[in-house]
Write a new protein. Structure first.
Length: 195
């Protein structure tokens, strides 16, 4: 699932390589960023339908999370302020486990509740798209709750297309949730191979 900022009415979105003023971008590490990433994820769990999860995750869950990212060589890109505080992060991982899906990834972008509507979602997603190209992936997939209008609008601005919806895929906060899928097809890899 994906939790994106809701852009402010009329807010300018950053172009491909740029980002909001005063914000830097880093490769997240377990030592420096596990705790703030967990804080952002747990806030999304308890206050939104961005994650179809019920209970906040314990600190040790980040050990497994970072290990899976390292094993798959998947990036974890963080947006930080001038003092190094994490404002949001983006990553991707395996779409499905079977080998023929090797050129497809499923991504997530999360922005801290105090820093939404500042262009961070677009800046992080732009960097994630660039990383996917460098790693020669072909398709990026985002699963988005259909009530998350901000995330849907962001994806469409960033070149993603709605390719289907699973009705009543989840149940949270006493109601059924519809899960939509958006994809972007990249020009990479130059020479895809079987096996």
């Amino acid at each position: 699932m994906h939790f994106f900022e809701r852009p402010a009415e009329g807010a300018a979105q950053p172009a491909g390589g740029s980002g909001p003023a005063g914000v830097g971008f880093v490769d997240c590490t377990h030592a420096a960023h596990a705790a703030p990433i967990l804080e952002i994820l747990n806030d999304a769990i308890v206050s939104s339908t961005a994650l179809y999860d019920y209970h906040p995750r314990p600190p040790e869950s980040m050990d497994v999370w970072f290990a899976a990212k390292a094993a798959g060589r998947y990036p974890v890109i963080g947006a930080v302020d001038s003092e190094g505080r994490l404002l949001g992060f983006a990553s991707y991982g395996s779409f499905r486990a079977w080998p023929a899906y090797k050129y497809t990834v499923e991504h997530s972008v999360y922005v801290h509740r105090d820093h939404r509507a500042a262009g961070l979602g677009g800046a992080l997603l732009g960097r994630l798209i660039a990383a996917a190209r460098r790693q020669e992936y072909h398709v990026m997939v985002g699963g988005i709750d259909m009530e998350n209008a901000g995330s849907i609008a962001l994806h469409e601005r960033m070149g993603f297309t709605h390719v289907g919806t699973i009705r009543q895929a989840g149940f949270k906060f006493g109601r059924w949730l519809d899960l939509g899928f958006w994809q972007r097809v990249l020009e990479t890899p130059a020479q895809p191979v079987d096996g």
